[in-house]
Design a protein around this ligand. Sequence first.
Ligand code: NAD
Length: 457
Amino acid sequence: MKLVSTNPSFESQVLGEVTISTEEEIVQKVKEARIAQKEWESKGIKFRAKCVRNLNTLFEENIEEIASHISSEMGMPITQAREDVESGLNYLDWYINNAEEYLGSETTYETDNEVHKVFYEAKGVAAAIVPWNFPFSNFIWQAGQNLLVGNSVVMKHSENCPLVAKYIESIVNKSDIPAGVFSEVYGDGEVGKILVKQDIDIICFTGSTNTGKYLYSVAAEKFIPILMELGGSAAGIVFEDSNIDEVLDSIYLNKYINCGQVCDGLKRLIVHESKVEEVSEKLKTLLASKKVGIATDKATDIGPLVSKKQLERLEEQVSDAIEKGAKVVYGGARPDSLEGNFYMPTLLTNISKDMKVWSEEVFGPVLPIMSFKTYEEAIELANDTNYGLGGYIYTNNKEVYKKASKDLKTGMVTTNNLSYIMPFNPFGGYKKSGIGRNHGKYGFRELCNIKVVAFEK
Ligand code: NAD
């Protein structure tokens, strides 16, 4: 059985095929990962960092090739795909440079007679399951820290980007990372289900909350930990004093980059009533200046959605909003001239809470704008979601953004033109946006067993 890879910029352009892993192959890969892990862990952090450094170098030599695979298979505009690869490598570099410090032992107590030390030990075999929206960063974010702590990784990449996954695996196979320490299995959710049934020690998952819920039950049954980076419906709040010209580009990027297919992207804009007209007019003009086009074209700002399924879901969400009274300020349809999974960047006002664009995660280039009168109302609207991943505050009033950053029930918050996306910051969410954190010292420790030993001196 084969996974057929297609180019979302076109109606039906087949890029290649990848054989779906059988149950036997999955069982075998996990067995090999179990054997390889023991030696990988025992070699110590300096050895592992050297091997992962070598992998990083090989990736650096192939940035253009990886970006080109991402762009044609997943539909990310080529300039953004290159940034995805460079950003992933920046993360990997940080993990390598800091692993020794954060995985070193710590003394918690010491007297003349005794010393108590905490050690961070590898968990064992990690089953990593990732989505398609940042095919390279999704891989780095779930595999990088695992490899450095001494876990082996069996990864299942998304069925929407099997060629990117194959290419990544081929580079790992050329690196100094010993055989069996990292491997991939190929297929859709059914393959993922088989993978997590195996003899594994931790599940590392990035994807939707629905799948996360299922995997949580699998982890409970096996009594193993699970790290989950799930969906989001981040609000951006534009306060009365905000200088729209200064933050317009940031609002645009936080919403429309990667065609709006970003887990912690800005998905609902909550604007003070005095600013709604200015924000919607200026955003409309900005959207009209953006090029919607074939992903591999360097001039493209907004590419296609990854699949017809995602496009149809988005259309259903917009139709539901229009039926319930939303006003289309810009977009609201597929572009006439393109045949792939394209949707115009869209701006909607007159939003009510019963609309799907408000209550569901919108994974595409559609932004609903809701207005507010008071600070309390803005926070209530922002927190009116089952998710709690990102939060965006637009104001020049320090008191307001300090208070709002506390009041938002999300794992990450940023103000104006800043970004929290940094390898040393914890990434993760409250509520149904996940459990645990990637990156920084936080990410390393999620993947370790923590042991304390009381030594006599
Ligand atoms: P998805 O949950 O459908 O699929 C994610 C991965 O899980 C894929 O590899 C898929 O094959 C696999 N899978 C599906 N069902 C499975 C099952 N029953 N058992 C095991 N594996 C299974 O999600 P998606 O549509 O591919 O990705 C989009 C979602 O991911 C969005 O909700 C987005 O917000 C979220 N996401 C979150 C983050 C984050 O860091 N929080 C990052 C990127 C994407």
